[in-house]
Design a protein around this ligand. Structure first.
Ligand SMILES: [Zn+2]
Length: 438
């Protein structure tokens, strides 16, 4: 389908660079009506070829390789709808809001032009229909411009920001949803990576007895082993990979939470697959998780650094926290500061006090359990701006179980008894958190 809406009542230009270092782009409603542009259907492919060649000849300085638009995805969350456009490299883009009429309460459209970009042929329009967004359409609008048009159903606010490595343009739309999110299952599921979210259906559960009736507030927990696939995470001197040890701990933790506490557990991954960071919390939001626990192993340039620490999401308070966040996010410090700007807006929905409390009890119980057998330092509860926790609408923490960069701790992390004990400690923390909610 073509996405040929042209003309603009309100035009905002941004580039990847600007978006990365500056504030998140913020939307303001405009009363002006957008002009309908003329429909320009051309043989985009043929034209693309000739123009691209022309550019290379006439402006050699601008003959940079084109970015490929590789994927268009959406997530319907209770509070917002998120669109992610994935590219294979950074590209400049501009966005426009047209056709809205506040008096008539017409939300109009939002469209975004990505310059210097080619659309992969397998990227298709998305019928979202979740009460905020009708459809997300994508097309090669001009030979070097890919246009994404969002047909809105309702909108209060929107935000556009970018992630890097791989480069992604994210659009979050907030508004008054016309449809209940619970009726959207069939819409949501196809965009969930089938191999990623494993929902533990409470079909057969004779052994699943809740601790006591008072715990019904916490029923479902998402366990998120960090990294995976082509992202190994931290590497130990002995070759141990973070993605492997955290998966082992995560699987053990999931089993304990199910069997010993009677919780439903959803794992973001149960095998060695790569998951985008934003997919992890999207899974948690989609399955209506009550808690989100991301499991990691630490690394530091100083090989003597050791111990256990637990993070919850906030603006980085210390240089060290920002550095760790940069590492876990697979990004630079400079991008962490961009993320901080985005966070100001997201914090409103984030259960910060509950997360801080969950972090406290998990850190305490985990340290107690491990220290009884393997004396270890507690580095305490910390705050950091982790992408993985952004967008989670439930209490969420990130546990750094031990340091892979430390020789002794690397050996421990490989030991299945140590992994088991770590899982026990985290489960104790979850149990203590639930008991404290009565
Ligand atoms: Zn990690």
């Amino acid at each position: 389908m073509a996405a040929e809406e042209g003309g603009s009542a309100k035009t905002k230009k941004t580039t990847a660079k600007k978006a990365a270092s500056g504030k998140p782009a913020k939307a303001t409603a405009s009363k002006k009506k957008g002009k309908k542009g003329s429909s320009r259907k051309t043989d985009a492919k043929a034209k693309a070829k000739s123009e691209q060649q022309l550019v290379q000849v006439v402006k050699p300085s601008e003959a940079k390789p084109m970015a490929s638009v590789k994927e268009l995805r959406s997530w319907s969350n209770p509070d917002y709808t998120r669109i992610a456009i994935s590219l294979d490299r950074e590209a400049a883009f501009e966005y426009h809001r047209i056709g809205q009429d506040q008096e008539a309460k017409l939300p109009g459209r939002l469209y975004l032009d990505i310059n210097g970009a080619k659309l992969n042929s397998d990227v298709k329009d998305l019928p979202v229909a979740d009460g905020l967004l009708k459809t997300a359409r994508i097309a090669q609008y001009r030979p070097e411009t890919v246009r994404v048009v969002l047909d809105l159903e309702s909108i209060k606010d929107y935000k556009i920001f970018t992630f890097s490595d791989p480069f992604r343009i994210m659009i979050d739309i907030r508004g008054d949803r016309k449809t209940e999110i619970s009726s959207l299952k069939q819409v949501i599921e196809p965009v969930t990576p089938a191999s990623a979210a494993i929902i533990d259906q409470p079909a057969e559960k004779p052994h699943k007895k809740p601790l006591h009736p008072g715990i019904s507030r916490i029923r479902r927990v998402v366990v998120d082993p960090g990294h995976g696939g082509h992202d190994p995470g931290a590497l130990g001197a002995d070759g141990t990979r973070e993605k492997d040890v955290v998966l082992a701990i995560g699987l053990k933790l999931a089993k304990k939470l199910r069997d010993e506490i009677g919780l439903d557990v959803v794992m973001t991954r149960t095998t060695d697959v790569f998951l985008e960071l934003q997919e992890r919390t999207a899974i948690a939001n989609q399955v209506g998780a009550d808690l989100f626990i991301s499991i990691h192993a630490n690394a530091a340039p100083n090989r003597s650094a050791s111990g256990i620490e637990t993070y919850y999401l906030s603006l980085a308070k210390t240089e060290k926290a920002a550095q760790l966040a940069a590492k876990e996010n697979g990004t630079s410090l400079e991008k962490v500061s961009m993320l901080q700007a985005v966070l100001f807006d997201l914090m409103a929905n984030y259960k910060i006090n509950d997360s801080a409390h969950l972090a406290e009890v998990v850190q305490k119980e985990l340290h107690k359990k491990v220290d009884a057998r393997w004396p270890v330092k507690s580095l305490g509860v910390k705050q950091g701006p982790f992408y993985v926790l952004v967008g989670a609408s439930m209490p969420s923490i990130l546990v750094e179980t031990a340091f892979l960069s430390n020789e002794k701790e690397e050996q421990r992390l490989k030991d299945s008894h140590y992994q088991e004990t770590t899982a026990d400690g985290i489960a104790d923390g979850v149990r203590a958190y639930i008991s404290g909610l009565k």
